[in-house]
Design a protein around this ligand. Structure first.
Ligand SMILES: [Zn+2]
Ligand SMILES: [Zn+2]
Length: 342
């Protein structure tokens, strides 16, 4: 075959020899200027309509240029090499070397572009700053009980729940957390996330929960609802001591349906549904547990020094209890002493 341009006799491409064909044709194209949008609040970058987090801005620039490089459909990219040079804080010169294969030809094409970082606000940050929320999780204690520690723990728990969810979804955020009625109101971005948070708290604390929806407005002909989840914590927490039918129990764990308890005198373990414990009387917390020195031990009994009167007392060991140290943890109540554990 002859090249119609230079007349050389060799394999032709569109009637041109390889040299003439490559002179007239380019396989890649790149705009001389590219804009990369970055959120001024969360620092995420807009990549192909999605906001993405990058540890290193150079990686974002690299990906952005790669995504904007156009390659002729009948050609194949064999290799891609980018050289990113920082011009100033927010702009980069990027040199691109693409190794392209077309039929049996291979060629390296060079391009250059300037990438400018444009700072603005992403839709998620717009929502957060606009106090956007679709659900409220109201957490309330029962009775007057709610220590500062517990309140802090609750806040941390809620925040880490939202943080975990936000790793998978940019729609997941907490607009604000407000102290209210001895508890908290958590304002949550979506209804679904408010629900999972409420369920997490219900399951952790063995709490009671109710939901209610209210019409908030209309958008595009559809009613918009906000949902409120009322999570009422039970009066007890894990390691509290409660009185039930004239017996004392230690709360061993709490769950969505049941709490696991241990009867203190005999050591029997049992599960009781949360419903039956709603109005239970909490008579002690872990802060009320004290140590008693062990003076002697027999198969079924322990001799202890009473922590208040220092008198020697004998107490029957609860079943399954095995002493480990020179003292045991006890709870004093109505002139009686109860073994809590080691
Ligand atoms: Zn030619
Ligand atoms: Zn943002």
């Amino acid at each position: 075959m002859f090249c119609v341009k230079c007349g050389k006799e060799e394999k032709t491409y569109d009637s041109l020899c390889a040299t003439c064909y490559l002179q007239r044709n380019r396989f890649t194209n790149l705009d001389e200027q590219l804009e990369l949008q970055q959120c001024a609040h969360c620092d995420d970058y807009l990549m192909d309509k999605k906001w993405v987090h990058y540890e290193d801005e150079l990686d974002a620039v690299y990906d952005h240029v790669t995504a904007n490089l156009l390659v002729r459909e009948d050609a194949l990219v064999r290799d891609l090499d980018l050289e990113v040079q920082e011009i100033d804080r927010k702009s980069y010169r990027v040199l691109v070397y693409v190794t392209v294969a077309y039929e049996d030809l291979e060629v390296i094409e060079e391009s250059e572009t300037i990438v400018r970082i444009k700072r603005e606000s992403c839709p998620k940050c717009n929502k957060i700053h606009g106090n956007y929320y679709e659900s409220i999780v109201q957490v309330r204690p029962t009775g007057k009980r709610f220590s500062d520690n517990e309140r802090e723990e609750l806040l941390q728990r809620a925040m880490s729940h939202i943080e975990n969810a936000s790793r998978d979804s940019r729609d997941a955020f907490m607009a604000k957390a407000v102290e209210a009625h001895s508890g908290y109101d958590f304002y949550i971005s979506t209804i679904a996330l408010g629900k999972t948070l409420a369920r997490d708290l219900v399951s952790t604390y063995g709490a009671d929960y109710k939901e209610s929806a209210s019409l908030h407005g209309r958008k595009d002909g559809v009613d918009i609802y906000r949902v409120t989840y009322l999570v009422r914590l039970p009066p007890y927490r894990v390691r509290d001591i409660i009185e039930l039918n004239d017996k004392l129990y230690l709360i061993r764990s709490t769950g969505p349906q049941m709490a696991r308890l241990r009867e203190l005198k005999h050591g029997d373990n049992l599960s009781i549904s949360n419903d039956r414990l709603r109005n239970v009387n909490v008579i002690g917390t872990k802060d009320d547990v004290v140590e008693a020195v062990v003076l002697g031990e027999e198969k079924r009994e322990l001799q202890l020094m009473h922590p208040r009167s220092f008198a020697t007392i004998e107490i029957r060991k609860p079943q399954g209890f095995e002493r480990e140290g020179d003292a045991v943890k006890v709870f004093l109540y109505n002139d009686e002493i109860y073994i809590i554990g080691n």
